[in-house]
Design a protein around this ligand. Structure first.
Ligand code: THU
Length: 162
């Protein structure tokens, strides 16, 4: 038997000014989206902004529902909106931010498993890594270069064929 070991990596910035201008703008758009999240049940507000290869930006936020499983995360709202209106255009970067009044979110929140799978789908389609930029309620920012760093050994469409 062989044990295989995989390495994941992310980069941490200690302040916003360490980022490129276009990433600062994308984070700003994600925070704007966060402000209009519909999260009356969790009070956990998440905002996402997707930058496409054609430089269009699509925003999303979490949309909750009294029937809890009918809600959806911010990341999927943003990514599906981008793909619905710009099918096949590569997603370059997604910024995701979160805040809640209930406690202090000192570290960035990472996408849930379902959102990782959705991001993986579009990364596989384009064949280029999607950068994921994350921020909570502090200056600390995490930058992740490619979904494999969040979803190692991912399932993708190629697994459905011989
Ligand atoms: N949520 C997101 O929008 N994105 C994530 O990555 C994690 C969780 C939302 C779902 C739900 O509305 C609330 O946060 C609490 O789980």
């Amino acid at each position: 038997m062989i044990t295989h070991k995989l390495t994941v990596a992310y980069t941490e910035a200690s302040q916003l000014s360490q980022l490129e201008d276009e990433d600062i703008k994308l984070l700003k758009e994600a925070w704007e989206a966060c402000d209009s999240a519909y999260a009356p049940y969790s009070q956990f507000h998440v905002g996402a902004a997707v930058r496409l290869a054609n430089d269009l930006i699509f925003k999303g936020n979490n949309q909750e529902n009294a029937a809890y499983p009918s809600g959806i995360c911010a990341e999927r709202v943003a990514v599906f909106s981008a793909s619905a209106t710009n099918p096949g255009v590569q997603i370059k970067t997604i910024a995701v931010v979160a805040k809640t009044k209930i406690f202090n979110l000192a570290v960035p929140v990472t996408p849930c498993g379902a959102c990782r799978q959705v991001i993986a789908e579009y990364e596989t389609l384009a064949g280029k890594p999607i950068r994921i930029i994350l921020q909570g309620n502090s200056e600390k920012i995490w930058i992740i270069d490619g979904i494999a760093n969040l979803l190692p050994l991912m399932f993708h469409g190629g697994d459905l064929k011989k």
